[in-house]
Design a protein around this ligand. Structure first.
Ligand code: NAD
Length: 423
């Protein structure tokens, strides 16, 4: 049996990174800074044991977590991750970043995250359903449409959300579609959700480009990651006249200086599971991706990709963080010194949670909007949120990341101040 993971917090892990980010922001919070300890600890962290009977008749126990970092501005909101590397510490940091992201976009939510320490690829469908249902039942005491609303994250999807919704509904005795988002359309999912994160990246890129007089038409775009997020972002950049010159995914890195045919590449990857083998392009060494001169560099795959060494080589004008945490803290400083503008994850990839918010609102009202209404509202919210962060960065002469944290933490702490301390 594996030793329990939740008894220690590392000095250089994700929670420590989050705390450093908070420290950077405190000097800009004025008198609200005295409440900053609220940000430095999660409100509530639930550890659950998830035992299931495996197909071979044995019983295995998995560690499950749900952390509600903040409920100050509304119910918790954040995804559920199934991964063998999940720890309480990681879930705490991810929950805290959701507090920041939700407040940065001004959604009426706190921040939460959940996960199970499991490699879902080793489970059969039946085992996957069992683990999902037992986990949902265990965390059922703290989730609910007006308490905390999970969503998909790494290795979880619409089917898993459907099982979570069903389990929660069975336990409470009525159908509660608003308990999770990212559901299939027929169970109260929202139109536009699948492409929402990529659309948000494009909107932030467009606004940022317009502020620095960088035309999208003809701009060169380099992408790492061509999945849900990267694929949708590439489609929109290409549709607006940009040239996506290089794409990297887990199968390889491809390049075409005239611009890759994105609709054809999307169809290729749908058929073959990756970009490798795509015609009408050159195959490139993966590491050389970070040297390519371009206007927009979009990391949309994994965390920790932009290291200090890579940051020194990047030749982009703008980096738009599609992935969560793709830039290491030291690399952020290097990019800033080199005049490369970084649109941080907490705003750049917030399109997904924004349309999740629309899904929840539609479920509560049982009244559903058209895709064009959703895209229009997403555009409006993202433009307003980015504009506020941009103005704050100009006023305080700080990076967009620090500005996003200042805007978000100010919102959280002023709500905290108004609510007062119970009892
Ligand atoms: P996905 O699984 O659909 O796609 C991931 C992509 O990354 C794939 O193209 C894959 O080939 C590529 N990839 C994996 N390993 C790689 C490697 N070693 N080198 C290069 N490429 C590699 O995932 P997604 O939903 O597109 O999420 C991507 C990132 O965006 C994650 O960091 C996720 O947390 C973040 N994010 C996603 C959403 C969302 O709505 N899906 C919202 C916010 C943030």
């Amino acid at each position: 049996m594996q030793p329990l993971s939740y008894l220690s917090i590392s000095e250089d892990g994700p929670w420590a990174t989050y705390l450093q980010q908070v420290e950077r922001v405190v000097p800009y919070l004025g008198s609200l800074g005295r409440l900053a300890d609220t940000l430095r600890r999660p409100k509530r962290a639930l550890i659950v044991d998830v035992p299931i009977e495996m197909d071979d008749g044995s019983i295995q126990h998995f560690e499950g977590f749900r952390v509600q970092h903040s409920l100050t501005r509304g119910p918790g909101k954040g995804g559920v991750r199934f991964h063998p590397g999940v720890t309480l510490e990681e879930v705490m940091a991810l929950a805290a970043w959701m507090t920041v992201k939700n407040a940065a976009v001004n959604l009426p939510y706190g921040g939460a995250k959940g996960g199970i320490r499991v490699d879902p690829k080793t489970l059969s469908m039946r085992e996957l359903e069992k683990i999902t249902r037992r986990y949902t039942s265990e965390i059922g005491i703290i989730i609910g449409p007006d308490k905390d609303i999970p969503a998909p994250d790494v290795n979880t999807n619409g089917q898993i959300m459907a099982w979570m919704m069903d389990t929660y509904s069975m336990n409470v005795g009525s159908t509660a579609t608003g308990v999770v988002t990212g559901k299939p359309i027929e169970l109260g999912g929202s139109l536009g959700r699948l492409k929402a994160t990529g659309r948000g990246i494009f909107i932030v890129g467009r606004e940022l480009a317009s502020n620095i007089s960088l035309p999208i038409e003809g701009a060169r775009v380099v992408l790492q990651g061509f999945g849900n997020v990267g694929g949708a972002a590439a489609e929109l950049f290409a549709a607006h006249g940009a040239k996506v010159i290089a794409v990297q995914d887990h199968t390889g890195t491809i390049y075409n200086d005239k611009g890759l045919d994105i609709p054809a590449l999307l169809a290729w990857q749908e058929k073959w599971g990756g970009v490798a083998g795509f015609p009408e392009c050159e195959v490139m060494d993966g590491e050389a991706l970070w040297d390519l001169p371009c206007e927009f560099l979009i990391p949309a795959a994994l965390e920790g990709q932009i290291t200090v060494a890579r940051a020194k080589r990047i030749q982009a004008k703008v980096v738009i963080e599609g992935a969560n945490g793709p830039t290491l803290p030291g690399a952020d400083d290097v990019l800033r010194e080199r005049g490369i503008v970084v649109a941080p994850d907490v705003i750049a990839n917030a399109g997904g949670v924004t349309v999740s918010y629309f899904e929840w609102v539609q479920d509560i009202q049982s009244f559903f909007w058209s895709e064009s209404e959703i895209n229009e509202r997403l555009d409006r919210i993202m433009v307003e949120a980015f504009g506020r962060i941009w103005a704050t960065a100009q006023d305080l002469k700080v990076s967009l990341r620090t500005a996003a944290f200042v805007v978000a933490c100010t919102r959280v702490l002023s709500s905290r101040e108004r609510r007062g301390l119970y009892p």
